[in-house]
Design a protein around this ligand. Structure first.
Ligand SMILES: NC(=O)c1ccc[n+]([C@@H]2O[C@H](COP(=O)([O-])OP(=O)(O)OC[C@H]3O[C@@H](n4cnc5c(N)ncnc54)[C@H](O)[C@@H]3O)[C@@H](O)[C@H]2O)c1
Length: 323
């Protein structure tokens, strides 16, 4: 049995991750301070599992983090917890530094001090740390050029993680993933916002001219990539995780309107599209070259077209999730 610490396990990706790994071979402890972004526990299927414990505490509190890490002497840590919304980071950046930077440092320092042979610290990060790219792709050797306070805080945390490998020989892996979508994503994020607007027949806000491009990966493919790297990844390395499926924001909205109308028996939902003032410093395009993780034996199993239909269906069946 492995003792696993998951941070941010009540968030969008963390909760999908725990659902996947919670079985009798694993004992999972989840540190999550239940911010506004955490999933309501009534939606989760692992809450009552005997091999699961949740601690509601702030990773920015070193003593509390250290008590849990000492108590369970974890084999492996999957670090998801973060303030994750770019718009919020523009309005108020301090929380992003506290959670994303100090919180990550607390976990690293506490794990390092454990008196045992460490197995692995997996740090879940984003493609946004590389900044914006007009043509071509980012890969593991790309320079860091974060443009938002969110991506700056994630970049900083990536650097701390790398430094603990170089300085203390702590076994770490850093992952930089593209935009995720799927069940349990907070309604503040782009795809749930579109679906929520459609359900409530409200305007669908699209920043600027809608031409900004993102690479979209289904959360299950991301989760599989993380599990794959925990077994096959090389310690001290970083891995880009993407699907290769790029779409402009306006294309995403139009596709969702089209599929929503078919699934919901409605018509002309794209009339709800409403262009709004652009986000400050809005990155034009993110795109990853994921050949390193692909060569190590992982591949995306989902395609955008089918998995976005499944995602719309999930939100239609779970409308209360968006309320
Ligand atoms: N969502 C994406 O598209 C995406 C893409 C690439 C990387 N990532 C990274 O993946 C990770 C998870 O993202 P997500 O979309 O699931 O985020 P999320 O906002 O849905 O969930 C974050 C979780 O962390 C918890 N949390 C926040 N601050 C905390 C603190 N101080 N102490 C303890 N818990 C705290 C929240 O309660 C929440 O449950 C983040 O590190 C993010 O940077 C996300």
């Amino acid at each position: 049995m492995s003792n696993i610490l998951v941070t941010g396990g009540l968030g969008f990706i963390g909760s999908n991750f725990i659902s996947k790994i919670i079985h009798k071979e694993n004992f999972v402890v989840n540190i999550d301070s239940e911010t506004y972004a955490s999933v309501d526990k009534s939606f989760l299927n692992f809450e009552s599992n005997h091999n699961y414990r949740h601690y509601n505490l702030d990773i920015a509190d070193y003593q509390k983090v250290n008590n849990i890490i000492k108590k369970y002497s974890f084999d492996i840590i999957f670090h998801f917890a973060a303030e994750s919304h770019v718009d919020n980071s523009i309005e108020s950046s301090f929380e992003f530094c506290n959670t994303n930077v100090i919180g990550t440092l607390n976990l690293l320092e506490s794990y390092r001090k454990l008196n045992k042979k460490h197995k692995l610290f997996i740090h879940i990060s984003t493609d946004e740390v590389f900044g914006s790219i007009k043509d071509g792709f980012f890969d593991e050797n790309s320079n860091y050029k974060p443009n938002s306070p969110y991506s700056a805080s994630k970049a900083s945390s990536d650097h701390f993680v790398r430094s603990y490998f170089k300085t203390h020989n702590l076994p770490v892996i850093i992952t930089n993933c593209s935009n995720n979508f799927g069940p349990y994503q907070n309604k503040e994020k782009f795809i749930p916002t579109i679906i929520n607007s459609l359900i409530n027949k409200k305007n669908i806000p699209v920043y600027g001219d809608g031409k900004n491009i993102r690479e979209w990966i289904h959360v299950e493919d991301h989760v599989d990539g993380l599990i794959h790297l925990s077994k096959n990844g090389k310690v001290g390395e970083s891995y880009c995780i993407g699907s290769g499926e790029e779409y402009s924001n306006i294309d995403i909205v139009k596709k969702i309107c089209e599929f929503y109308d078919v699934l919901n028996g409605t018509k002309d939902s794209d009339k709800l599209i409403s262009f709004v003032k652009d986000r400050k410093g809005h990155d034009y395009r993110y795109a990853l070259n994921s050949s390193k993780i692909i060569k190590s034996g992982w591949n995306c199993k989902m395609n955008f077209k089918d998995s976005i239909k499944n995602t719309i269906t999930w939100y239609l069946k779970n409308k209360s999730f968006l309320s």
